[in-house]
Design a protein around this ligand. Structure first.
Ligand code: GUN
Ligand code: ZN
Length: 448
């Protein structure tokens, strides 16, 4: 494990949020931009900031990232570790995509060595994409959750995960049962929940693949163990919504299936939420459950357009997530750029501030982790990423012009054009966990 200097100062353009920006306003008092500052990190936590020309004393290790953006690490609130194997698979919508690509791929994680290798690959990929914390689905196999927790602990990462619960409508090799699923969850909770930065999520894949007794068992786990998360999918695809209505005729809606099982509270993370109505949104707001919006997945699988404005209007929290492998990238900037387009298709414009907030401070708050991650506030753990402002001649040209414009114009162009090639370094709790290979010189320097 690389050592963390007790006192580390990182120089760059600091960007984070002190509150919640409006969805569509390019000027926001919630934005905190401190160009050319030192970010001070002491014992893995943010200790403060100083203007660039006045560095801290000699007892601080220094790293100069001048001309780069320094931001809190992104938080991906919904992503599937084993699905790196099937990212970018051709030609199907949700239910068919699960049967054709995803369920076959997930069977590989029955093998503990495959799960370990897959978890290491996946978490290193997150760090290389500038993402330092995530809510992740492994597979139905308890060993796949162990593997993810172990790999996250080795990297010091904040990880929310739990073995997937599925006891019907999936291949037999991926199905558990109520008794076995409960025993696995109890053992994993005892082993991992609250250990270091690990948190357990009762992971009901979706209503289609759980029987009512399994949903009731999941609700029982949440009641017995306060502080657990719950993660699932809801109202992603119209065929799925119809099937859920057939399977649960007593429920008012797809979301109500989870509510009746006692699965909705402020630690519930529901992916997608495209086909919800006003009553559903009111239920989300009342329970504090939040939506992980997954734009690249929704576009790739042709699932539909998430109505973020309606969610905000109803008081529903929204984070943004990649949903790889239905989603097509682990990059949060690329995901946020697609989120903008999804809202543009519905006639309005998502600000860079609202988008970036939803992937940092907003996600942290939705996960009840605002005291630990998501901002550069003193006392937060130093999960920080240094980003080049551009990559390649077109983005460099655009960035040069944008520097003469309002800050939102520059940051919006960055968000729309950026990808993982712009990640120079990623720190987790002040420890450098990923650095770009030295032969990838920063583009700004090359272009002058
Ligand atoms: N619904 C149930 N399982 C999945 C999954 O793995 N990916 C997506 N996008 N939706 C799901
Ligand atoms: Zn998903």
């Amino acid at each position: 494990m690389p050592d963390a200097p007790t006192r580390l100062a990182l120089r760059g353009d600091l960007l984070d949020f002190t509150g919640t920006p409006a969805l569509d306003e390019p000027a926001s008092p919630a934005v905190r931009f401190r160009p050319d500052h030192w970010l001070l990190v002491e014992d893995g936590r943010i200790a403060g900031a100083l203007p660039g020309p006045t560095p801290p004393g000699e007892d601080w290790a220094r790293e100069d990232h001048r001309g780069r953006l320094l931001m809190p690490g992104f938080i991906d609130t919904h992503v599937h570790c084993p699905q790196l194997d099937v990212i970018a698979s051709y030609g199907s919508s949700l239910l068919d995509w699960l049967d054709t690509y995803t369920f076959p791929a997930e069977q590989r994680f029955a093998d503990a060595a495959a799960a370990r290798a897959g978890s290491a690959l996946f978490l290193d990929a997150l760090l290389a994409h500038g993402t330092t914390a995530a809510a992740v689905y492994p597979t139905v196999h308890a060993g796949s959750a162990d593997a993810l927790f172990e790999a996250a602990a080795a990297r010091g990462m904040r990880l929310v995960t739990g073995k997937v619960l599925m006891d019907r409508h999936a291949p037999p090799a991926l199905c558990d049962d109520v008794v076995g699923g409960q025993a696995d969850c109890e053992a994993l909770i005892a082993r991992w929940h609250g250990r270091g930065r690990a948190a357990y999520a009762v992971t009901v894949r979706f209503a289609i693949t759980s029987t009512p007794p399994q949903l009731a068992m999941a609700g029982g786990l949440l009641r017995r163990h306060p502080g657990l998360y719950m993660q699932t999918h809801v109202a992603e695809n119209r065929d799925e919504v119809r099937w859920a209505a057939e399977l649960f005729p007593e429920a008012r809606s797809y979301l109500d299936v989870y509510h009746r099982a006692g699965l909705l509270d402020e630690r519930a993370i529901l992916a997608h939420g495209i086909w919800l109505d006003d009553t559903d949104r009111a239920l989300l707001a009342d329970t504090g459950a939040h939506i992980a919006h997954c734009p690249t997945s929704n576009l790739f699988l042709g699932s539909g357009l998430f109505d973020w404005a309606a969610a905000r209007e109803a008081g529903v929290r929204v984070s943004v997530a990649t949903d790889v492998g239905g989603g097509t990238t682990l990059s949060m900037p690329r995901t946020l750029a697609e989120a903008y387009k999804v809202q543009a298709m519905q006639g309005w414009r998502l600000s860079a501030w609202a988008a970036l907030h939803a992937a940092t401070r907003g996600a942290a708050e939705a996960l009840q982790l605002g005291g630990e991650i998501g901002s550069l506030e003193p006392g937060r753990l130093a999960d920080v990423v240094a980003w080049d402002w551009s990559h390649g001649p077109v983005a460099a040209h655009r960035d040069r012009l944008a520097q003469a414009q309002a800050l939102h114009a520059r940051v919006f162009a960055w968000m729309t054009l950026a990808d993982e090639r712009q990640v120079a370094a990623t720190w987790v709790a002040g420890v450098p966990r990923w650095r770009r290979a030295p032969d990838r010189a920063p583009q700004v320097a090359a272009l002058g």
